[in-house]
Design a protein around this ligand. Structure first.
Ligand SMILES: [Zn+2]
Length: 249
């Protein structure tokens, strides 16, 4: 079955829906019903991997493709004859589910935590990590950098350097709001490492500012989250911000 057939099939299976939601019988409706039954939140930046069964991602991609094709038709684009847009719905559906929103559908990347045997208790800074996300409001790109400050104690776990990037990417590959994204990264690292203090700083360009609206091309947004000792200890926070500013260049 080609992806186009799959898309048509997904579309046909939605035809004639009349039970509440306009597409009550698609695979997305099945997944949504499970989430609602479990009283689980499924906002744009929530991960729902636990509620998706094997084989359903392919069906979901076909459904999203069919609906995107409808959007293109609603934009009065001749997808049947315009060679440039014939495959657009398929490409965008794949990009959403497998790349830029994959952090909603994929389980958390495996991370091995190891005990702080060396009893490190010095401030550690990781970054800049490259951030690629999309804003929840317009689905426009958010491109930026992220820094992590960790203050370990003898009971903390440590994780490998590359794992910071993997975990951050899992959070960022969802439609996001920058303030919520940094808080989600902080929650995840707190849970994995349980450090004395944790600081996250994110600096990013929001392409909805460049592309539309005020077209303010220089606008960057910076957000930070401070937890534990970074909140309580002014000198630690200052040390972190000073090192960060050096690192930023
Ligand atoms: Zn936006």
């Amino acid at each position: 079955m080609t992806s186009k057939d799959a898309a048509h099939r997904a579309k046909d299976s939605n035809a004639g829906d009349d039970a509440g939601h306009p597409h009550a019988h698609g695979v997305s409706a099945r997944i949504r019903a499970r989430l609602e039954a479990a009283q689980e939140r499924f906002h744009a930046n929530d991960n729902i991997a636990h509620y998706i069964e094997p084989g359903e991602m392919e069906q979901l991609q076909a459904e999203v493709q069919a609906r995107l094709e409808d959007v293109l038709r609603a934009l009065v684009i001749d997808v049947d004859n315009d060679h440039n847009t014939q495959e657009t719905a398929r490409r965008v559906a794949k990009m959403y589910l497998k790349e830029i929103f994959a952090g909603r559908y994929a389980k958390a990347p495996p991370v091995t935590e190891f005990p702080n045997i060396g009893q490190l208790n010095e401030l550690m800074i990781v970054g800049p990590l490259r951030v690629r996300s999309a804003c929840s409001h317009h689905l426009c790109p958010i491109i930026g950098k992220l820094w992590v400050g960790v203050m370990p104690n003898q009971h903390s776990n440590l994780i490998g350097l590359s794992k910071y990037a993997r975990l951050a990417e899992w959070i960022m590959c969802r439609p996001q709001i920058q303030e919520e994204a940094v808080a989600q990264v902080a929650d995840l690292l707190q849970e994995k490492m349980n450090p004395d203090g944790l600081a996250i700083v994110m600096e990013a360009e929001h392409f909805c500012m460049h592309w539309r609206g005020v077209r303010d091309t220089d606008a960057k947004m910076t957000n930070s989250v401070m937890r534990g000792s970074f909140l309580k200890d002014d000198s630690l926070r200052r040390e972190f911000l000073t090192l960060l500013n050096h690192n930023r260049g």
